[in-house]
Design a binder for this molecule. Structure first.
Ligand SMILES: C[S@@+](CC[C@H](N)C(=O)[O-])C[C@H]1O[C@@H](n2cnc3c(N)ncnc32)[C@H](O)[C@@H]1O
Ligand code: SF4
Length: 455
């Protein structure tokens, strides 16, 4: 792609991890609004249920962390939090129709595995005893292997999970030490043997761009990972946001790699993973062809929610529990307080703690379908999507800011391949998928919100 075109289109646009983007959520949205949206969600699509449970605590804070995480306080505080979680579940569960099925449960953090496995099983049982599940639901948990002994893994395996997402970050212990992170407590090979023997799906998280990492050292980590053949592997680009997380300043002191070095880490890792039979999903996910995400991508049925990529099969309306959790219903988003004390005291008093949210109009719900489909699959088949939504192509286009002249210009500039009612990002132009999505977004026509550049 020529530099002139890159400069023309390298203008701030949303990342579209949701539509509308989270900075459109407003603080006028209340717990009462959310409860009404929960009641209405019973009559909306998808009928299936996704639950998200946020455990904000960590045994020790990694200096690079950009997540919503807190050092573990007193055990009484953690227990009070877990009890509040169950209370919050009990405020929502009775409002959901009993004939709806669970498609997905996701435990994220923070570090869900810093609480006893028996407590996680109790939370799981609490949800699973209230509803049936679809066939093969996706029940996933983010695991920090630094504090999990063999017994802990065995207990989790018996707690009903289907996918384990293991935070490796890097196999190089020097890199982990500088990042204030413990390596796996038991050999990773043993963890894989246990999980594979139990038929579980495995994801591994890595980060590139940390001090002491080089393209060569990160490639070594990829090689070790590939020997184990995880079903999925994610290479996160280290996001340096010291104005939000001051601990990251310690990494600046240790010496961060340059952008050029970082790009080289990504490119070498990507090339290697592809040579070893992995397929890219988005920028940073790599999957084996036996993984459900790969078939969904091939059939252009890939979806995304705040928990990550999923398929149309495992996409439910998301009901989130815990601090900072974001519920994603068909017609609304709602986010809980980020303050743990507030969360515990208000939930114990029988109140939800929604602090902001967004009610989507019918038109915005359609735009969300268009933008999600384009962002996940790098293609947009207007006809197929309109059929799926039981409307006409013209109605679908009218819901968005679609302008045929702008599409023609994208095509002339080498961003997309354009046919009647079909467009596909050209391979070199995939970072600009956000730009094409933004051209369809009516909300941006009158917005002065700030976003980041695509490249
Ligand atoms: C909630 S954490 C994972 C669970 C667990 N706490 C752990 O550390 O293994 C989710 C993932 O976000 C990624 N992550 C955390 N901070 C990041 C940052 N500043 N930039 C990019 N990725 C980050 C890490 O790869 C991490 O595994
Ligand atoms: S990376 Fe995981 S363990 Fe480390 S601070 Fe963040 S959430 Fe906690």
């Amino acid at each position: 792609m020529i530099q002139e075109i890159i400069e023309k289109y390298n203008k701030p646009v949303p990342r579209y991890t949701s539509y509308p983007p989270a900075n459109f959520f407003n603080s006028d949205y209340t717990s009462e609004d959310y409860l009404q949206a929960v009641d209405a969600s019973n009559e909306e699509q998808p009928e299936t249920i996704s639950f998200y449970i946020h455990i904000p605590f960590c045994r020790r804070l990694c200096f690079y962390c950009g997540c919503n995480s807190y050092a573990m306080g007193k055990p009484e505080m953690v227990e009070a939090y877990l009890q509040a979680l169950e209370k919050e579940m009990d405020l929502i569960i009775p409002r959901l129709k009993k004939n709806r099925k669970i498609a997905q449960i996701h435990y994220g953090g923070g570090t869900p595995t810093c609480i006893p496995a028996a407590r996680i099983k109790q939370l799981n049982d609490h949800l699973l005893s209230a509803f049936d599940t679809i066939e093969k639901p996706e029940i996933a948990i983010e695991c920090h292997p630094g504090y999990m002994d063999e017994n802990y893994w065995k207990e989790l395996i018996d707690a009903g999970f289907s996918r384990f997402s293991i935070g490796i970050q890097d196999f190089n212990e020097d890199v982990l030490r500088i990042a204030n992170r413990k390596p796996p407590m038991i050999p990773i090979e043993n963890i894989f043997s246990m999980l594979k023997a139990a038929g579980k799906s495995i994801n591994m998280d890595f980060i590139y761009g940390l001090p002491h990492q080089t393209a060569e050292s990160f490639l070594q980590s990829m090689k070790k990972a590939v020997e184990l053949r995880p079903d999925r592997l994610v290479t996160f680009s280290y996001a340096h946001i010291p104005f939000i997380n001051k601990l990251q300043l310690k990494l600046e002191e240790a010496g961060l790699p340059t952008n050029r070095e970082k790009e080289e880490m990504y490119l070498q890792a990507k090339q290697y993973l592809i040579s070893q039979g992995y397929h890219t999903i988005g920028m940073d996910h790599f999957v084996l062809d036996t993984d459900e995400l790969y078939s969904a991508l091939s059939e252009k049925k890939l979806h995304r929610n705040f928990q990550g990529y999923c398929t149309r099969r495992t996409t439910g309306q998301v009901y989130a529990f815990g601090v900072s959790g974001i519920s994603q219903l068909n017609a609304a988003y709602a986010q809980n307080t980020k303050n743990i004390e507030e969360y515990i005291s208000e939930t114990n008093a029988g109140r939800l703690t929604i602090r902001k949210g967004y009610a989507l109009s019918k038109e915005q719900q359609l735009t969300r379908e268009v933008i999600t489909s384009l962002m996940c699959n790098c293609t947009l088949n207007w006809k197929e999507l309109a059929d799926h939504l039981h409307i006409t192509v013209d109605e679908l286009k009218a819901a968005t800011a679609y302008d045929p002249q702008i599409m023609k210009q994208f095509s002339t500039d080498g961003l997309i391949h354009l046919e009647d009612d079909y467009l596909e990002m050209l391979p070199d132009a995939t970072p600009f998928v956000r730009t094409v999505a933004a051209s369809l977004d009516k909300l941006l026509l009158h917005s002065n919100k700030q976003f980041s550049n695509p490249v």
